[in-house]
Write a protein that binds this ligand. Structure first.
Ligand SMILES: C[S@@+](CC[C@H](N)C(=O)[O-])C[C@H]1O[C@@H](n2cnc3c(N)ncnc32)[C@H](O)[C@@H]1O
Length: 411
């Protein structure tokens, strides 16, 4: 729905801009199993983004065994292949539900790592990503180019086997996958209001170049230790994925106001990224002990998201500055902020600041956003760039995020 026009000032001209969304999002976490998501209607979700428990990684053995007793028996019998297949049987049921609730044209992005394990003195790789992709294709998803998330570990003991004496070592697994699949054919945006919302959800050109590359080198894993009191009642490690990873995926594969689903919500990273991106979300999590983490997200998300947004805007200003230094032409201006952008598609890009978050009831939140661009970025950019005043232009760079450390505060 197109709302009333908003008047904004940039380049010292008043401009009338139509903004395109109801600036509130809703977020609901169900503390129950996603094996049955009966409360979610068919074809109602725009994007699924998730990271399941990884089959054959020891920290997830118990959670799989509670969902299918045969898994515990297979592990006790030291039958690795059977345990692997049974664990994937549990995940298959969730992927079936995921297919049902996803609308045609919607994407699913699944972060998964393969596992290595020695059973009966036999060291082997358990290829989780191929097993999941196989099932997704079987139930009707179209597979699309995936992303390799290269997460380096500096641990001195990372090499598996002797290494120097052939042939007794194995390469170290330092990557995970983000599988990307779609239900049905390409998503269309037929209405004018949908087209405008899509344009307001655009990425910067330079972000597009990084995000749509098939190997992500620049995202570090999240520290996963949990607070001592939570470790007593639940797992020692959260299994959380980094905020940046899911924030990127949400911005690549959905538009503002969309409904995002994470069937394995854990600490609430996907909810945080949906809130920061002006998307709605639904999450499922069977472990009640994550309620506290979800509340911590709610308590910190406004400041955290606004720093993420500010960092993106600052990076764009730096990018423009470098480009102009190299005397490269930038042809377009963004309609809201007035700063130069490379393509016509970025003209209506706006990053809405979060204003407030409210808890409606347990596990149910709403977030309100600003409809107008951040005033401090609506400047006479032509003059600033022409007169090389940018070095004097100090949008507090010190406030930029060191995202990895900040995530520890958030959760
Ligand atoms: C890899 S973790 C996800 C971590 C999450 N991405 C985050 O950033 O915190 C997988 C989560 O799935 C949950 N889980 C496992 N089986 C489930 C099921 N059937 N329904 C809902 N949650 C489940 C586990 O308790 C665990 O928290």
């Amino acid at each position: 729905m197109i709302s009333d026009p908003v008047f904004i000032l940039h380049n010292f001209k008043i401009r009338k801009v139509n903004l395109n969304m109801d600036m509130e999002t809703k977020h609901k976490i169900y503390f129950e199993s996603s094996l049955n998501m009966g409360s979610i209607p068919d074809n109602s979700i725009d994007l699924i983004v998730t990271s399941p428990p990884y089959p054959m990684i020891q920290m997830w053995d118990d959670i799989f065994s509670t969902q299918d007793k045969k898994i515990e028996k297979a592990l006790n019998d030291r039958d690795g292949n059977k345990a692997f297949e049974l664990m994937h049987g549990v995940l298959d049921s969730v992927w079936n539900e995921a297919y049902r609730v996803l609308r045609s044209g919607g994407f699913a992005c699944i972060n998964i790592g393969d596992a290595t394990r020695t059973i009966n003195e036999n060291f082997a790789l358990y290829p989780n990503h191929t097993r999941i992709l196989h099932h997704l294709r079987d139930i009707g998803f179209t597979s699309l180019p995936d992303i390799i998330w290269r997460k380096q570990t500096n641990a001195p003991n990372k090499f598996m086997g002797s290494g120097m004496l052939p042939a007794g070592a194995y390469v170290t697994l330092e990557h995970e996958y983000i599988l990307v699949v779609r239900k049905g054919s390409k998503r269309e945006f037929p209405k004018e209001s949908e087209k405008l919302n899509r344009r307001q959800s655009a990425l910067f050109w330079e972000e597009r170049n990084d995000f749509f590359s098939d190997i992500w080198f620049d995202i570090k894993g999240t520290r996963q230790g949990r607070k001592a009191k939570d470790r007593k009642t639940s797992r020692r490690r959260s299994g959380a994925f980094p905020f940046e990873l899911v924030y990127r995926l949400i911005n690549m594969y959905s538009v503002k106001g969309d409904m995002i689903l994470d069937p394995f919500m854990g600490t609430g990273t996907s909810m945080a990224a949906a809130m920061a991106s002006a998307r709605n979300c639904i999450g499922f999590e069977i472990d009640n002990s994550f309620k506290k983490d979800i509340l911590a997200v709610k308590n910190n998300i406004v400041d955290y998201s606004n720093q993420v947004i500010q960092t993106r805007l600052n990076k764009h200003i730096d990018f423009v500055k470098e480009r102009l230094k190299l005397k490269k032409i930038i042809k377009h201006n963004n309609e809201f902020y007035g700063f130069p952008v490379i393509t016509n598609q970025e003209k209506f890009l706006i990053l809405n600041e979060l204003i407030k978050v409210k808890q409606i009831k347990s596990g149910h939140f709403s977030v309100g956003y600003s409809k107008t661009p951040q005033e401090k970025y609506c400047l006479d950019w032509g003059k600033i760039f022409d007169n090389k005043l940018l070095d004097d232009f100090k949008i507090k760079k010190t406030n930029d995020l060191h995202r990895r450390d900040e995530q520890l505060e958030l959760f």
